[in-house]
Design a protein around this ligand. Structure first.
Ligand SMILES: N[C@@H](CCC(=O)N[C@@H](CS)C(=O)NCC(=O)O)C(=O)O
Length: 203
């Protein structure tokens, strides 16, 4: 298996952490967004919309979209289970993973895209939208602070793909000044330490 990724980008990291948890060996090709390597004609053969990550199987088949890749990996390498063992748990984990994608990763990505100098001259930026996303994110962090007071991990008593998405989102927020304040958000900070202490977080 071959993973096309950028070591700094949050979506490829979700797949790398997932693979590290599974203990599955794989090769990588770096496609650096800073160098516009994802926009070349060659890479567009793998992903016509020029986004990372992409997983290429040994037989040449290609998968895009982090969660589609994780679903494929979960069914190919079932242990350790990261996406749910029964109907209810699978639904819970999907619900929390969607929350992590839509309430954390989406606003954090939009803050980055619309206010960071990395994107200046590369895309049209709307700083006001970045500010709206910052305020939206602050509300969601307050909500998650309460949720993580009820259980140790996003979706329940154990580490799952929902924790991977939330961790990768929040870590990526740092480049845009998004921080977990342990004074105001102790449950979130404790959860973040719990997931960051896992060896897979270094992937
Ligand atoms: N929903 C996609 C999102 C992919 C995505 O937005 N990837 C970012 C890196 S984290 C990217 O390739 N950005 C390049 C660009 O926007 O030009 C997934 O989960 O794979």
């Amino acid at each position: 298996m071959l993973l096309y990724h950028d070591p700094r980008a949050p979506n490829p990291r979700r797949v790398r952490v997932f693979l590290a948890e599974k203990g599955v060996p794989y090769d990588t090709i770096e496609v650096l967004i800073a160098d516009k390597a994802h926009q070349t004609a060659e890479f567009r053969k793998k992903n016509p919309i020029a986004l990372l990550p992409v997983l290429e199987l040994a037989d040449g088949r290609v998968l895009r979209e982090s969660m589609a890749i994780c679903r494929y990996l979960e069914e190919t390498y079932p242990e350790p289970n990261l996406m749910g063992a029964d109907t209810w748990e699978r639904a819970q984990i999907e619900m929390w993973n969607r929350h992590a994608e839509l309430e954390l990763l989406y606003p954090i990505s939009q803050i980055f895209r619309n206010s960071h100098k990395f994107w200046e001259g590369r895309i049209k930026q709307a700083p006001e939208f970045a500010q709206i996303m910052r305020e939206h994110l602050a509300e969601r962090l307050d909500w998650l602070e309460g949720e993580l007071g009820k259980r140790p991990y996003m979706a329940g008593d154990r580490f799952t793909v929902a924790d991977i998405t939330a961790m990768c989102a929040l870590d990526f927020g740092k480049v845009s000044g998004v921080r977990i304040d342990p004074e105001t958000h102790p449950n979130l900070a404790a959860w973040h330490k719990r997931v960051s202490d896992r060896p897979s977080s270094k992937a």
